[in-house]
Write a protein that binds this ligand. Structure first.
Ligand code: NAD
Ligand code: DAU
Length: 351
């Protein structure tokens, strides 16, 4: 079969990556999608069971830092685009183990850029390197204001510093070599397949098991939440429409204080589980704050809305309800990911 495009998606077995892989494999049967993932604790091929047999889907277990393998894959599949999501992604893990973030997020991105440039032999027509990044590179907001594409970088955790460094590398390739790169910076995602170390899936899992809901500090930190399927659709839009060298912020205009969000989650779960109103809220437990905890993130996504016509498709209440329903319908997925590395991490982080 001759494919119209040959696209690598890195980190496709992770949370957001699996939604991007599913969207591209099903929406574009003429594109060959090569998922490169090293299957760290966060990578899970069970996220892709529904599409793994598709004729245009290929999986390569490989580390993005491995230059020899990356070169081979570029050659074997005649790659003409990369959508780069592979990363160490959890802020708390970056506080206890920063070097693995430097390795994957900085060295891994540099390696992919270098191999792509080499494979494309500086003939960049029809080629694209799309780097998926985070709003955390912009630092922390006070009570007002929004991050725009012009906000100065001010990363404050080893995770966000490593993502900022990777963004700078991507931009440096664009400016120095006219390398065909685009970047997007997105706010907090939530939805199906979210690994239960992050606030929302961790809380869903703990409510199900009647375990304490650990809220850092006073729960007053604010995050701007976007349903993961909407992030995938934004990535699709940017991949197909963005001009080379552009950056787009993606967000849901949906700010929540952590404590208010967890109260809403408790209410919805009590209703769905047939528990007495207020039962799950009793599980809320305030714990030691995260070191260097950023107060507030909020994204101005007017550029992508205005220039590319993208908008989020679901309200937060709808998205949260769908998310809870997915976890209730997939107890085996949860059981499989809450073993091994995750349990060791959980015991160290919270006890
Ligand atoms: P995730 O941790 O769920 O998935 C990361 C994936 O990358 C995993 O499948 C893992 O196995 C793979 N991976 C890690 N190191 C690798 C390596 N060295 N080589 C190959 N594969 C490797 O992360 P996520 O939440 O899905 O985030 C995906 C991307 O989106 C990241 O780049 C992250 O910075 C960015 N992002 C995430 C959010 C969010 O809210 N989760 C928001 C904005 C941006
Ligand atoms: O903003 C985008 C970023 O969002 C992504 O780049 C990251 O990959 C992603 O992990 C996420 O980072 P956060 O640190 O905002 O997400 P997390 O779910 O870890 O935490 C959300 C908020 O909840 C934050 O203020 C910390 C707090 N929290 C988190 C955990 C895990 C708690 O209060 N208790 C917890 O147990």
């Amino acid at each position: 079969m001759i494919f119209e495009r040959n696209i690598i998606i890195t980190g496709g077995a992770g949370f957001i990556g699996s939604h991007v892989v599913r969207l591209f494999v099903t929406k574009y049967p003429n594109y060959r999608i090569v998922n490169i993932d090293d299957l760290t604790y966060a990578g899970n091929l069970e996220n892709l069971l529904d599409i793994e047999a598709a004729e245009n889907y290929f999986f390569e277990k490989a580390n993005i830092c491995d230059a020899v393998r990356m070169r081979q894959i570029f050659e074997e599949y005649s790659i003409d685009a990369v959508i780069h999501l592979a990363a160490e992604s959890h802020v708390d893990r970056s506080i206890s183990n920063p070097l693995s973030f430097v390795q994957t997020n900085i060295v891994g991105t540099a390696n992919l850029l270098h191999i792509a440039k080499e494979a494309w032999q500086n003939a960049f027509d029809g080629k694209l390197f799309y780097h998926v990044s985070t709003d955390e590179v912009y630092g922390s907001l006070g009570d007002t204001g929004l991050f725009t594409e012009e906000t100065a970088y001010d990363p404050r955790s080893p995770y966000s510093a490593s993502k900022a460094a990777s963004d700078h590398l991507v931009r440096s390739f664009f400016h120095t070599y006219h390398f065909p790169a685009v970047i997007s910076n997105c706010s907090n995602n939530y939805g199906p397949n979210h690994f239960p170390e992050k606030l929302i899936p961790l809380s869903i899992n703990n409510i199900l098991n009647n375990k304490p809901l650990p809220i850092y500090g006073k729960g007053e930190n604010v995050r701007d939440w976007l349903y993961v399927v909407d992030h995938a659709s934004a990535i699709d839009t940017i991949y197909h429409q963005a001009a080379i060298g552009e950056t787009y912020n993606i967000g849901g205009h949906n700010e929540w204080k952590n404590i208010d969000l967890i109260r809403l989650l408790c209410k919805l779960m009590d209703e769905k589980l047939g528990r007495t109103a207020g039962a799950s809220e009793q599980l809320i437990t305030f714990v030691k704050d995260r070191a260097g905890h950023d107060l507030r993130y909020a994204i101005d996504s007017s550029k992508i809305q205005r220039e590319l016509g993208w908008t989020p498709s679901v309200t937060f209440e709808e998205g949260l309800s769908k998310t809870i329903d997915w976890y209730l319908a997939n107890p085996l997925w949860l059981e499989h990911v809450t073993s091994g590395d995750y349990l060791t991490y959980y015991n160290k982080q919270y006890h």
